[in-house]
Design a protein around this ligand. Sequence first.
Ligand code: SAM
Length: 265
Amino acid sequence: MALTPAAGSGCNASSTPPPRIHSPKPVNSEVEWDSFDPLAYVRHNYSVLRPDDHEILCRIRDFFAGAKLSDARCVDVGSGANLYPVLSLLPFVRTVDLCEWSASNVSWLRTQIDSYDEVWDPYWQVCVEHPAYATLADPRRHLAQVGRVRRVSVFDLPRHAWDAGTMFFVACSISADRAECEHAIGRFLGALRPGSPFAAAFMLGSHGYSVGQRRFPAVRLQRAEVAASLAAGAYDLDLHEVWPRPPLRDGYLSMLLATGRARDD
Ligand SMILES: C[S@@+](CC[C@H](N)C(=O)[O-])C[C@H]1O[C@@H](n2cnc3c(N)ncnc32)[C@H](O)[C@@H]1O
């Protein structure tokens, strides 16, 4: 993987760029996120609705439908090239901010907000099995009206800004540094107003992942570590582990879905 220098790694006045770092355990600022290929990512992960994503989507649909949300300001953090977390919020939003750091993913998201691809239709079909979603006749048009794509890092999210949120496969998959993963979870929960419902998903035991020809880092998380990080900023936590058969890719153990409410910290 080609890596950019770590932020703040040099303080002299030389115009010569510092040498590229090839760290075996890159932190978030060392990774070339702009080379993330959203089309390759969708093709590999979401072009077919897998049983594991189906199970997770059913659970977050039922969770948000039961959360007494309406006219809410919502956020999806690290949206990348996945729309199903946002679809699960759609009937309940006044606005939904899709916060993403990679420029290539931000461009892709802007085209999808205007009119999302048919690949997402089966995901919406799962949503409309619940009556709370069936009342929304034109989800494509609704997302174009309420969706806003923002280039924001999870580490710079404002505090207490949103009424509900999702963060899928982000904290575990943006760095190889455990402390950064924990920090990302804390920033996500802190960005929600106290009492706000949220859903977050994690890869457990991940060794990193490929998107097209590029390799991206991950933290090899265990369920107990995620539970402890979430418990510091949330209550009413519910954790559900999904063991994919067949696995999506090599190099991970399972997926962990967490739902709950943000704590007043
Ligand atoms: C494994 S992908 C997950 C994408 C998507 N949420 C999903 O469910 O498939 C990780 C995402 O985090 C984004 N990302 C990396 N660093 C970030 C940061 N500092 N703040 C926000 N997003 C970041 C990446 O660009 C990528 O889209």
